[in-house]
Unconditional design. Structure first.
Length: 460
């Protein structure tokens, strides 16, 4: 209860701060006219005469979001989550009769070396290519309905193998019936196959249903790879399984309703995380549930609080259920064409019956200056000896060991061809674990990687 109270206070403070920052904030939800034909309206959004245009998303052919005819497509996050309206969009769009299609994706071809000074014994290195490819299609149904389909694919398991890629202090899921520790698990080939239908009750409100197999329930912030603040870095957060790890769930059903700037949604979903067969479809169980309240106070902010009961998420600990609670705030400020700054703060907590609650915090930011992208991420996570697979003879398996991580990176666009950009980049990450872990990890292990990042053009 104390944690939920704290998260509620955090949400209120974020809302107050966001509202106080802008004297020229939006006074109404942008009205994207529903289409009466194959093409959507190309007209400009209604705006206040004194509005600061730098606070608005860059204009492109006006398209509605996946779950509302009266919200911009820029608001689409992962699953049913919200980004700020000012978030840039990278991808390709086309129309065919009543349908609108869009594709997006990225791939990092890289060399990754964890613990480059060999300070400990848990590092590793690998050449791999974390990637994802997305496609979507939508069309109007009548004058108030919107039908939407999403597909997301990943070849992580094909390229990196079943054990994924090295990442110090990362935990979660398994390979060959052993826990994956100091490694990030690969994503499933089919990471999302979903359909949704929304109905406009008015220009201020709509209701929707979302079905995914797999899909993402209403729990947590926008997934790390889809956040504007983290889209130019290749690594998953080490607090992933405290914040947004349910983004691939085999069996999800979500109902939601929006009124103005607020949206409330609830999900029933399968608690078990994807199994080791990354090419199959796992059994849907619908034994877990979650709810999320989202609030976008202006075009620049997206805020959410959420909580969920997750039944038996880990295959190696089938008797353990988790209550996960999260709160997050994302900020985006455009500064011109392909120039923006974005930041996200996330708090996440896992509570397992009979154990102390474990907590995580994340603060990440990206500065995009046309061809140059600079990014950083700070993390704090509490992980038990059992999660880190520590030898029980030496360590207490139920003890929580605090871990800090700081990542700095950047990339520069070096080549573009037919809407695909190739950027060359590098990053360094420094870790600081509990001093009791120094014999395994070293006092402050440093990791580094170099990469080529391929991603689609900015949509204007």
């Amino acid at each position: 209860m104390r944690t939920l109270s704290f998260l509620t206070v955090l949400l209120l403070l974020c809302c107050m701060y966001a509202s106080a920052q802008y004297d020229t904030r939006i006074k109404h939800i942008p009205k994207h006219k529903p289409a009466d034909s194959a093409e959507y309206d190309d007209g400009e959004e209604e705006m206040d005469d004194d509005m600061d245009m730098s606070d608005q998303p860059k204009k492109m052919k006006s398209m509605p979001s996946a779950l509302s005819l009266y919200l911009p497509m820029n608001r689409n996050g992962s699953g049913t989550s919200w980004l700020p309206d000012a978030a840039p969009m990278y991808g390709y769009m086309m129309h065919h009769k009543e349908w609108m299609f869009m594709s997006h994706g990225d791939i990092y071809i890289r060399y990754n070396k964890q613990d480059i000074t060999n300070a400990g014994s848990r590092g590793g290195d690998k050449i791999d290519a974390p990637d994802m490819l997305m496609g979507m299609a939508q069309r109007k149904i009548g004058t108030k309905g919107l039908l939407h389909f999403n597909v997301m694919l990943s070849t992580d398991a094909i390229i990196a193998g079943g054990s994924g890629y090295p990442l110090l202090f990362q935990t979660g899921e398994s390979w060959k019936n052993q826990p994956l520790v100091d490694r990030q698990h690969p994503h499933d080939l089919f990471s999302e196959l979903s359909a949704s239908y929304s109905y406009a009750l008015s220009d201020k409100s709509d209701a929707f249903i979302y079905i995914g197999y797999p899909g993402e329930p209403a729990l947590g912030p926008v997934t790390f790879m889809h956040r504007t603040s983290g889209m130019f870095g290749p690594d998953a957060p080490i607090g992933h399984h405290w914040q947004d790890a349910t983004h691939i769930t085999f069996g999800v059903a979500t109902l939601g309703i929006r009124y103005g700037r607020f949206r409330l949604e609830g999900s029933s979903f399968t608690g078990r995380e994807p199994d080791e067969d990354r090419y199959a479809f796992d059994k849907p169980r619908f034994n877990s549930f979650s709810s999320r309240l989202s609030y976008n106070p202006s075009a620049n902010w997206a805020i959410q609080v959420s909580s969920g009961f997750i039944k038996s998420p880990e295959a190696l600990a089938p008797g353990e259920d988790i209550v996960r609670t999260t709160a997050s705030a994302t900020y985006v400020h455009p500064m011109g064409k392909n120039k923006f700054v974005s930041a996200t703060a996330v708090l996440g907590q896992n509570l397992i019956d009979g154990q102390d609650a474990s907590n995580s915090a994340l603060l990440e930011a990206t500065l995009k200056l046309k061809k140059l992208a600079l990014y950083t991420r700070y993390e704090f996570v509490q992980k038990t000896g059992e999660e880190l697979n520590l030898p029980g003879i030496i360590y207490r398996l139920d003890k929580q060991y605090p871990v800090h991580a700081l990542t700095l990176g950047g990339s520069y666009d070096v080549y573009s061809f037919k809407g695909v950009t190739m950027a060359a980049g590098a990053q360094l990450a420094a870790y600081k674990g509990d001093k009791a872990l120094n014999s395994l990890y070293g006092e402050m292990p440093i990791s580094g990687e170099v990469f080529l990042h391929f991603y689609p053009r900015l949509m204007n």
